[in-house]
Design a protein around this ligand. Structure first.
Ligand code: GLV
Ligand code: GLV
Length: 324
């Protein structure tokens, strides 16, 4: 059986497939996605696909992949995969929640702190030879301790961010499709409707998954409700935010700063207007990227493939109805 691996992954993970006598077709580039046409072509012969956030596993691909028995993504998010079509074909889709929760919460909090305290601007300031002396108000930022944090999307990662925020005595608000009793009782997070959260928070963290309902859910109207000292962080998906509106809000001083790990179009172009602003920190979608977490994600994704090919239940299945 053939496994299509759409990106070069560590050899120790490849070995799991080799040990199972599987035929491996691996795209040998570490930092470049497989061209979509080639992905379509290779998928036609594949019994399993090991994928990631940068591939579009769309209806056309799934329809033509007649031998396909399992799709496994090395990610928690699966907005790049046509789940409805996979389900219609009876193909289970595996993903990697839980294992990356703390890593993404760490990066979210890093962006929060470094946006608040202008960490990247400070480094650029030194490198540009601008540092002449200590200054009373030089590169002054926003206070984090005791500030109000609004979390949009209180799932596993939202709770991880909330736990970190408690160490900074932050006041926690959250908005979610449904109430989260655990977050309220154990972390003291208060449920707010979206508008109230936007109006009351000093820091706003976007962690909702990308769905038709969350498409550009933060736009011009939402930015206009935020405080002028608000720091907006997005470590979920770029599609959740209207980037044009974010740019205007930052440029016109309607909000104070933004920390972004995800973009509408990835990779974001270096000459994108957002990247010309001093009050933006941008990262190349590295939320889960610590060595240990990425190795575990790859291993879980590999085990999903092996289980899927054996017709076994996947540990973390996006569409469990096909996989009982
Ligand atoms: C990364 O963005 C993921 O969904 O794991
Ligand atoms: C600053 O370095 C201070 O000592 O206050």
């Amino acid at each position: 059986m053939k496994v299509l691996i759409t990106r070069k992954i560590p050899q120790s993970i490849v070995k799991l497939f080799e040990d199972s006598q599987l035929e491996i077709h691996m795209w040998e580039h570490e930092d470049e996605p497989m061209p979509h046409e080639l992905l379509l072509k290779e998928s036609r012969q594949a019994d399993a696909i090991f994928t990631n956030v940068s591939d579009r596993i769309d209806r056309e691909l799934i329809q033509h992949a007649e031998r396909l028995k399992v799709i496994s993504t090395m990610a928690v998010g699966f907005n790049n995969i046509d789940i409805a079509e996979a389900t219609r074909r009876g193909i289970p889709v595996g993903h990697t929640p839980d294992v990356l929760t703390e890593a993404v919460a760490d990066l979210t909090f890093s962006l929060l702190l470094s946006s608040a305290r202008r960490v990247v601007e400070g480094m650029n300031y030194i490198k540009a030879g601008q540092w002449k002396s200590w200054g009373p108000m030089l590169l002054t930022g926003q206070k984090v301790q005791g500030a109000t944090l609004g979390i949009i999307g209180m799932g596993r990662i939202g709770e991880g961010v909330a736990r970190r925020a408690l160490g900074f005595d932050m006041n926690l608000l959250y908005f979610n499709r449904n109430r989260k009793v655990h977050a309220e009782q154990r972390l003291g997070a208060k449920y707010k409707d979206l508008d109230s959260l936007l109006k009351q928070s000093d820091f706003i963290v976007m962690l909702a998954p990308s769905t038709p309902e969350t498409y550009k859910m933060i736009g011009a109207r939402e930015f206009s409700l935020m405080k002028s000292n608000a720091v907006f962080i997005n470590t979920s998906r770029g599609a959740n935010v209207d980037e044009q509106a974010l740019y205007s809000a930052l440029k016109d001083g309607k909000i104070w700063a933004a920390g972004l790990d995800v973009f509408e179009k990835e990779p974001i172009s270096p000459d994108h207007p957002l990247l010309q602003l001093d009050n933006v920190i941008a990262l190349p979608h590295i939320g889960s990227a610590n060595v240990e977490t990425r190795m575990k994600m790859a291993e879980i994704a590999a085990v999903h493939i092996l289980d899927g090919l054996l017709g076994k239940r996947l540990t973390h299945c996006v569409n469990p109805e096909v996989n009982v």
